[in-house]
Design a protein around this ligand. Structure first.
Ligand code: A3P
Length: 308
């Protein structure tokens, strides 16, 4: 075991770090979850853009169901429209029943590394369920995560320093980490099964949201028609899911999200700055050098690079 970011003990399981609760959830999924061929999974390491991508996938898949003036994303946090498979599904939890009754395609998300997914979810030649994976410059992931967890940290605990967070992150000790190993697992799977696993980068989404959303539509089996494109539907989705729009909605300023019976998070904490390169304002030259080195050692081979 190792001491986690929130002072709780994380356990190492098959090379990855999970909280004891996360491990229980994994066991639950292994034994009880039955994927359907139409399922759409969003996989990510925490703080890589999960909330944003949930909104984009939800809006893309459901675009004929809802109008843009009374869209669910205007009154609900994206996490409430797109549940976490590994965060709040327990055998006796009513959400388990909702999962069975939820409409097709089911939208489910996970922070689990690909190697820990149950066999029933692993992609093979005959599977038709789809995964969208998002990754992000680890320097921004670290900064985002440290800010997020500092806000959630119980007041009675001493503040958690960036130096401490940095050290643990570099050693791979963080929920669902090591980060680089998680990225590599999904990358390998996506290069073997590109029709089932779409590999996206937060920085590309920031730079070219329209192109990425069009690709998302096509990949998920909901391609945008020429008529839709001419009507500006892709632009409308990008606008609806923009940082400015989502972070300013009342639901994301005032309400909380219930991840599980005992974990509540203010919706506003999912929206901080939403930019590329905030690490430049927070990390020392030494930290930058060390993180870049780990990243190039691990991800240079597959060509998963970032602007330094
Ligand atoms: P920052 O802390 O760098 O601002 P996750 O959803 O995986 O927890 O990731 C959270 C990160 O995504 C935060 O990054 C958050 O601000 C950013 N984010 C949330 N919504 C976004 C949006 N609509 N557009 C761009 N970034 C967004």
């Amino acid at each position: 075991t190792g001491k986690g970011w929130m002072s709780e003990h994380l356990v190492q399981y098959q090379g990855f770090w999970l909280s004891p609760k996360g491990l229980n959830n994994l066991m639950w999924i292994q034994h009880h979850f039955k994927p359907r061929p139409s399922d759409i999974f969003l996989a990510s390491f925490p703080k890589t853009g999960t909330t944003w991508l949930k909104a984009l996938v939800f809006a893309t898949v459901n675009r004929t169901r809802y109008g843009f003036s009374d869209h669910p994303l205007l009154t609900a946090n994206p996490h409430d429209c797109f549940p976490f498979l590994d965060a709040y599904l327990h055998e006796n939890d009513p959400s388990f029943l909702e999962l069975d009754a939820s409409p097709t395609p089911r939208l489910l998300s996970t922070h689990l590394p690909y190697a820990l997914l149950p066999d029933s979810m692993i992609v093979n030649r005959s599977s038709s369920c789809r995964f969208v994976y998002i990754y992000r410059d680890p320097k921004d992931v670290l900064v985002s995560k440290w800010n997020f967890l500092s806000k959630l940290r119980p007041k009675e605990l001493p503040p958690f320093s960036l130096e401490e967070a940095f050290e643990l992150f570099c050693q791979g000790i963080s929920h669902y980490g090591p980060y680089w190993d998680q990225v590599l697992g999904y990358w390998k799977a996506s290069s073997e099964f590109p029709e089932n696993i779409l590999f996206l980068k937060y920085e590309d989404l920031k730079e070219q949201p329209l192109a990425v959303v069009k690709r998302l539509g096509e990949f998920l089996g909901y391609p945008f028609s020429l008529e839709e494109e001419n009507k500006g539907v892709v632009e409308d989705i990008v606008k609806l899911c923009s940082f400015e729009n989502l972070s300013n909605l009342e639901v994301n300023r005032k309400s909380v999200h219930k991840f599980s019976r005992d974990s509540l998070v203010d919706n506003r904490h999912f929206f901080r700055k939403g930019i590329v390169g905030d690490w430049k304002n927070c990390l020392t030259d030494e930290m930058i050098k060390r993180l870049n080195q780990i990243t190039s050692d691990k991800l240079f081979g597959p060509g998963l690079l970032f602007d330094n």
